[in-house]
Design a protein around this ligand. Structure first.
Ligand SMILES: [Zn+2]
Length: 55
C-alpha cells in the first residue's frame, strides 16, 4: 500500500470540527497531526447533508 492519504468523499467539504479546508485532511487537536485514515464524523455528516441537498 502506498503511504499516502486516502481520498475521502468528505474531503469535498470543510470540516466543522477541526476547520480543515476542502481537499485537506482532518487534523487532530491544534492541527498538529493529520488524520490520514479517517475524517471527523461531523465532516462526513456535513458532506452527506450537502450531497443530499444537491440531488
Ligand atoms: Zn476534521
Amino acid at each position: 500500500m502506498p503511504d499516502r492519504p486516502a481520498h475521502f468523499p468528505a474531503l469535498a467539504v470543510a470540516c466543522p470540527t477541526c476547520g480543515s479546508a476542502p481537499g485537506q485532511l482532518c487534523t487532530s487537536h491544534s492541527g498538529t497531526r493529520p488524520r490520514r485514515h479517517d475524517v471527523h464524523q461531523t465532516r462526513t455528516a456535513a458532506h452527506n447533508a450537502q450531497t443530499r441537498s444537491t440531488q
